[in-house]
Write a protein that binds this ligand. Structure first.
Ligand SMILES: Nc1ncnc2c1ncn2[C@@H]1O[C@H](COP(=O)(O)OP(=O)(O)OP(=O)(O)O)[C@@H](O)[C@H]1O
Ligand SMILES: Cc1ncsc1CCO
Length: 552
């Protein structure tokens, strides 16, 4: 067999339609639906006929090829080499239990496209050895069009990213498959990018198009989201506290964010609401799942702080709806290191939605990295993050919701690594706060020890980050930045997160200076006063900032 890769047609995998005639809505013909879908922007078709007899399958395949040829859209046949050959389709898509790839390759023309469904990294490795053209990675979510009930069949966005890692440097293309719709597409695309920037080439969609009475509009929606996402420039952000928008004064926040929605714990609700108002935001403490769709449509930020881990349904719905409306989601996994239940909850939440910022103290960030089972380098022979729960010499541990110990040996590496893994900005709080987007690390050394002596300083920090991210995203939307729907949260979220941290920590320094502050009890109301008094000039004069940009 000769490999004639150069002769292969160039395939656009971006909006890959897998057919399913049983899903067509009443009154919609197969070819009519297909034609409308192609006109809406579908770039590749797979004919999938699980129940048809050979003669019927062949007829459908031939009709599909004829229609698609006239639109210059390639056609692949699911499972059946004979049907692909007889209908002169462009190739086949094979499952793990179908004909082995080398055998299929030997039967098909040398320029045929061969794709393979992969559920594990091992499948991907084998597919690379077999020199497939592309892999279908999934199932991302549960789907009615395929039985994915067996354990391990639903891989989530993180599972797709894990498999994408294996493809790095190979030239094998990839699409994600399984329950993908216009409502979750951006979250899938955003989440499935490897630390080195390897991304999906497309997504395979079934019911979102086929079951639609308007497949053209459905395909247009998917295509627009994909193209907008692909057009977003990637790379590190610069940060300067002197930048025009670095810190937003209260009146600007007031005019921008209509609402900073909080799903937060019972301990801090009042102080977090007051802190939000002091910074210019409008708080609402709203935990019920039923209200999240309405809240997410209101411009602003969404804080999900699971301090007392109640209302899981509300938190699941809040993040999903915020993603859908491109609102920044700030996740504060309070006390996650303290109980296994909290770890499981965090895992579930992060599998359902994409945070814009994760904020935590050292114990919380350490626990999140552990739950990811990151293979982190041993530092000075005493501490590895993966070892943390076993290692008696660990530097970071949790006691209740607080962090004990001297912190990480290399906090920059920790925040960079978690930001890359979770595809978001990470804020690691402590006497020095570290903020990273996976590349740049901002070190902020403002703050006062009294913050460590009141409960919920970290929670207020999350509130401040949510307030600034919410306002920045609304301002960016007004300016038309990212308006093409390619990003999950518009605006410079790294700067916004840093501004939130600066607001709270600089306010704490000012509050502590006051003559009427004698300790933690008098400090808390003074802190709210100082937040309300902050100006951009105060921030610029007092900010202690260092920025480290990693050149990849
Ligand atoms: N010793 C300190 N000196 C200066 N700033 C501090 C100190 N301790 C905490 N902070 C500041 O307090 C804020 C909250 O961080 P911290 O790490 O204490 O949160 P936390 O442990 O999650 O708090 P909580 O659980 O009470 O909400 C951060 O902005 C941090 O900069
Ligand atoms: C004390 C406490 N317990 C759960 S949340 C919370 C507030 C500080 O994080």
């Amino acid at each position: 067999m000769t490999q004639v890769r150069a002769e292969k047609p160039v395939v656009d995998y971006s909006v890959y339609l897998v057919t399913g005639r049983d899903l067509l809505p009443p009154g919609k013909g197969y070819l009519e639906s297909l034609k409308e879908a192609i006109e809406g922007g579908v770039t590749l078709i797979q004919v999938r006929e699980k129940n048809a007899e050979t003669s019927e399958f062949l007829e459908i395949a031939q009709q599909t090829v004829e229609l698609c040829r006239s639109h210059k859209v390639p056609v692949l046949i699911n499972d059946r080499i004979d049907i692909a050959l007889a209908s002169r389709a462009d190739g086949v898509h094979l499952g793990q239990t179908d004909m082995p790839v080398p055998m299929a390759r030997s039967l098909l023309p040398p320029n045929a496209i061969i794709g393979m469904t992969c559920t594990t990294s091992e499948h991907v490795r084998q597919a690379i050895l077999d020199q497939v053209d592309y892999v279908g990675l999934g199932a991302v979510y549960g789907t009615a069009t395929k039985d994915v009930s067996a354990p391990g069949k639903i891989r989530g966005v993180k599972g797709v990213r894990e498999m994408l890692n294996v493809l790095e440097g190979t030239g094998v293309k990839s699409v994600a498959i399984g329950g993908i719709k216009s409502t979750n597409l951006l979250r899938v695309l955003h989440g499935a990018v490897t630390p080195t920037g390897h991304a999906l080439d497309g997504v395979a969609v079934v019911s979102d198009i086929v079951a639609s009475s308007n497949p053209r509009a459905s395909a247009e929606r998917l295509s627009l989201i994909f193209r907008s996402w692909a057009a977003i420039p990637r790379g590190s952000k610069s940060f300067s506290v002197d930048g025009a928008d670095a810190y937003l004064p209260a009146n600007v926040i007031k005019a921008a964010a209509d609402l900073v929605a909080h799903l937060t714990n019972n301990v801090v609700k009042t102080q977090s609401a007051n802190a939000t108002i002091a910074m210019g935001g409008s708080p609402i403490m709203a935990a019920a799942a039923q209200e999240q769709a309405d809240l997410a449509r209101i411009p602003g930020g969404m804080l999900i702080n699971f301090g007392t881990v109640e209302e899981m349904d509300g938190m699941l719905a809040a993040g999903f709806n915020a993603n859908l409306n491109r609102k920044p989601v700030i996740f504060d996994p309070v006390g996650i290191g303290a109980t296994t239940y909290r770890q499981n909850c965090a895992e579930e939440l992060l599998s359902k939605w994409q945070p814009t910022v994760i904020k935590g103290n050292a114990a919380e960030i350490g626990a999140l990295i552990q739950s990811e089972e990151v293979d982190f380098p041993r530092i000075d022979g005493v501490y590895t993050i993966t070892d943390a729960h076993r290692c008696t010499q660990r530097k970071v541990k949790s006691q209740g919701v607080d962090s004990l110990g001297s912190g990480f040996k290399d906090p920059e590496a920790v925040v960079r690594s978690l930001a890359q893994k979770e595809r978001c900005i990470v804020v690691l709080s402590g006497p020095i706060d570290y903020i990273s987007d996976g590349s740049t690390v901002i070190r902020l050394s403002n703050g006062h020890p009294l913050l460590g002596q009141i409960t919920g300083a970290g929670c207020m920090l999350g509130t401040a980050v949510a307030t600034f991210c919410g306002a920045q995203s609304v301002l960016a939307e007004r300016k038309g930045l990212g308006a093409a729907d390619g990003v999950l949260a518009r605006g410079d979220m790294l700067t916004a997160a840093a501004a939130g941290v600066l607001a709270l920590t600089i306010a704490s320094e000012n509050a502590a200076q006051r003559g009427d502050v004698h300790g933690p009890g008098t400090f808390l109301p003074a802190l709210i006063d100082s937040l309300a008094d902050l100006t951009p000039e105060t921030i610029q004069n007092m900010a202690k900032v260092e920025v480290d940009v990693e050149n990849k």
